[in-house]
Design a protein around this ligand. Structure first.
Ligand code: APR
Length: 311
């Protein structure tokens, strides 16, 4: 049976996500956007590269949600990106409306789907989608940790001049300035990072990871990163559709895990056909716990703002 993925938002992140999904033949794709003609045009353009690149997945663009019915996964990238000087949190209220309406419409057409959120501020948008969809928590997942870890892995590999593939890193917490890169769980082919670099270097790379999104925004000036975010969302899509059960850092709705309640926080999860199949609760040291708590507190503040707005 052919798989179907809906990508909402045909902008930079959405279009790249859609393109990678069809190029890898993971699923047929429906690309949805509010701007008339854009999803249709981009979708057709991608379809026309199928004979050249040799893939057989279909893609169609639309301004509505009828075509999305029966999707296995809905990836939400709709919303406004950051401009220089803006934090992800500055996007809160504008993107709340976008994500709420997109989720409601998409969830209605595909009540069994798994939602993957990409729109920022990520953890607050996951909360918005959970409430708007009414889906169980294992089917509402945020993409942040895969990207933040990929950035950390990139900087480590470059610093040591080793293969990117050999670097395993774990960045937990919220997708913001307070994210928690966990050095103790970061290694190169099993060799702990602390064996390979001094503390000063590690601290510098940790900070660069925290500022990773802003570094790109500063270069681009008119928007935020999209190649690595799209690649990260697609790794999650692939793990779910192929039931690979990859263990990845993702934003998950916690109900007591790590001592947090009713909050999306980036934690290691197993991603399979049922969505989040397991949340790994690892034993953290006091400084790691404190970093995670600081990050979760920042997420909670945004949720409080949203709750006030909703009531
Ligand atoms: N429904 C569908 N699409 C929408 C809606 C909506 N209600 N509102 C806006 N969009 C579309 C826009 O028309 C645009 O095509 O969302 C798309 C966003 O694309 P870009 O502006 O290129 O932004 P992008 O870089 O893709 O980032 C999107 O992902 O990484 C996050 O912080 C980023 O929140 C931002 C989101």
């Amino acid at each position: 049976m052919r798989r179907k993925v809906t990508v909402v938002g045909a902008g930079n992140v959405g279009a790249n996500t859609a393109q990678k999904i069809v190029a890898k033949e993971l699923a047929d794709v429906v690309l949805v956007d509010v701007v008339e003609g854009v999803p249709q045009g981009k979708g057709l353009d991608m379809l026309e590269s199928a004979p050249v690149e040799g893939y057989d997945a279909r893609i169609v663009g639309s301004n509505g949600y009828e075509e999305t019915a029966g999707s296995d996964i809905i990836v939400i990238t709709a919303g406004f990106p950051r401009k220089p000087g803006m934090s992800r949190d500055d996007l809160l209220l504008a993107n709340y409306e976008v994500v709420k309406s997109a989720t409601e419409q998409a969830a209605k057409q595909s009540p069994e789907a798994i939602l993957i959120l990409v729109t920022n501020p990520l953890d607050a948008m996951c909360w918005t989608a959970l409430k708007a969809s009414g889906f169980p928590r294992e089917r509402v997942i945020g993409m942040a940790g895969v990207l933040d870890s990929a950035r950390f892995r990139t900087f480590i590999a470059e610093e040591l001049d080793v293969s990117f593939e050999n670097v395993t890193a774990m960045v937990l917490g919220g997708h913001g300035d307070t994210m928690a890169p966990l050095v103790r769980f970061t290694n190169v082919s099993g060799i702990p990072l602390s064996e390979l670099m001094d503390k000063g270097t590690i601290d510098r790379l940790v900070q660069r990871t925290r500022d990773g999104g802003a570094e790109i925004v500063k270069y681009l000036k008119t928007g935020s990163a999209y190649y690595a975010p799209a690649a990260s969302a697609v790794e999650m899509v692939e793990s779910i559709l192929k039931d690979k059960k990859k263990v990845l850092p993702c934003a998950a709705y916690l109900e007591g895990e790590y001592g947090f309640h009713e909050l999306f926080v980036g934690v290691p999860v197993k991603l399979g056909r049922r969505g989040i199949e397991k949340i790994y609760e690892i034993d953290l040291q006091p400084d790691e716990k404190a970093a995670l708590k600081k990050s979760a507190d920042a997420v909670r503040e945004l949720i409080e703002v949203l709750k006030q707005k909703v009531q």
